[in-house]
Write a protein that binds this ligand. Structure first.
Ligand code: LLP
Length: 420
């Protein structure tokens, strides 16, 4: 469920018409609905209410400080993957015991930063990382809480770029090496073994890969117990998909939780989940203006002022995003068009051969389901300042990241010294 809907033929985010925001902040901009964000989080929390759990929202999906702050106020903890993300959650005042740190390439400085902040646990991705964390914790005179991220070798049946749980992926510790590495970890004097972590991929639309992965890791949990290694935490990562189109709706959080909890019956573990997309994906849209309409041979192109630098997902994964006119007109026939950006690449598109209502130059259009992996993956290609971000709460909106300026962009660069 989201709060982007037509009212008097204008799309409103909650109670604010998107064209009104466009007038005030210009285009393109991302728009997030606070009500949708908190609703999605509440539904997810509710689904796991029966068990001891911590929802660690995956910061990478949308890391705007206002979004993080809103989620934190509503009880979320955070899954981070860099020192930068740690700094973000520190700035919104998140206590260490609600932070887990994932990622295959943690640097020494990032590990020190996290140890100083007293995070709940590191999700360790390799033997080398485990030993590095032990050494650094020793230097700081602390014990580092860790879970080992296990790669269960399960096919998540999602886009290959966002699958992480197969043994050919770079993520996690191979299933068959897990026991031995836990035994090693138990010998390290600055490591405190907390649990096991497993994340198999993103935008999963069926439950069976989650359940298969869980069964495999629970076998490990039991084997470890027999060896006297008692885990207290089980982190099952994120990955639950969202409906980008209506054709294959993914399972609801309730069903997802039900399937997992059934397997966990009899295990005394605090469950950690790292949802990203399911919380923010459909809570955000990208609003852009039609600059030109161009007919080439047998194709019509709608050229917008947002491009692949603003929303990369179609270019990168051939991802589908729903597109709607911000102001709806009736009585005009739908036509098949390509919606494309201004960037000098043929991969710069938002929709191809899509049947859409007619657009005129100057119209606004809304790209749906852009709250997750939208702004965070945007860049400055073609020297394009990044878009503004706006958060709506009821009948008011706040610019939570103003549009970047060209000065901000160019100030990082210097000319060579005179005479060189
Ligand atoms: N935990 C870990 C360790 C992850 O790597 C990820 C996502 C998540 C949690 C959150 O997964 P989610 O619930 O959002 O599926 N840029 C891609 C998605 C990349 C996902 C990376 N990892 C996209 O636009 O589809």
């Amino acid at each position: 469920m989201d709060h982007f809907h037509y009212l008097d033929d204008r799309i409103h985010c909650e109670e604010v018409p998107l064209d009104q925001i466009a007038e005030a902040v210009g285009t393109p901009f991302y728009c997030y609905s606070a009500k949708t964000l908190t609703h999605h989080l509440a539904v997810f929390q509710q689904a796991f209410a029966k068990t001891t759990h911590l929802i660690c929202y995956s910061v990478k999906a949308n890391s705007n400080l206002a979004v993080l702050d809103l989620l934190a106020r509503n009880g979320a903890g955070f899954d981070i993957v860099s020192g930068g993300e740690l700094e973000r959650v520190r700035r919104i005042g998140c206590p260490g015991n609600k932070i887990v740190f994932s990622g295959v390439g943690k640097t020494r400085e990032e590990i020190r930063q996290a140890l100083r902040h007293g995070i709940l646990m590191f999700n360790v991705e390799s033997r080398s990382e485990l030993y590095r964390i032990d050494t650094l914790a020793g230097e700081l005179g602390v014990k580092a809480p860790v879970a080992l991220r296990i790669n269960p070798d399960v096919d998540p049946k999602t886009h290959p770029h966002i699958s992480t749980g197969l043994k050919r992926n770079k993520f996690g510790i191979p299933y068959h090496n897990a026991l031995e590495l836990y035994r090693n970890a138990a010998q390290l004097s600055h490591i405190h073994i907390m649990g096991l972590d497993c994340h198999i991929g993103s935008q999963l639309t069926t439950l069976s890969p989650f359940v298969d992965a869980l069964k495999r890791v629970l076998t490990l949990v039991s084997a470890l117990k027999r060896e006297g290694i008692h885990l207290t935490h089980l982190d099952l990562g994120g990955g639950l998909g969202i409906p980008y189109d209506q054709s294959r709706p993914p399972p609801l959080p309730d069903h997802y939780a039900g399937a997992l909890l059934q397997e966990l019956d009899g295990f005394d573990l605090t469950l950690i989940l790292e949802p990203g997309r399911v919380i923010v994906g459909n809570a955000g849209v990208l609003v852009t203006r039609v600059e030109y309409i161009k007919d080439n041979e047998d194709k019509r192109f709608i050229i917008t002022d947002a491009g692949m630098n603003d929303l990369m997902r179609p270019a990168l994964y051939n991802a589908y995003h729903g597109i709607q006119p911000v102001v709806r007109r009736f009585g005009e026939e739908e036509t098949v068009v390509d919606v494309v950006g201004p960037i000098c690449e043929s991969g710069d598109f938002f929709a191809r051969d899509r049947l859409l209502p007619p657009f005129a130059e100057g119209d606004l259009l809304m790209v749906r389901s852009a709250g997750a992996y939208g702004f965070v993956m945007s860049g400055n290609y073609n020297t394009r300042p990044r878009a503004a971000e706006v958060l709506v709460q009821g009948n008011r909106f706040t610019v939570v990241r103003r549009r970047e300026t060209l000065d901000e962009l160019l100030n990082h660069e210097t000319l060579l010294p005179q005479g060189s």
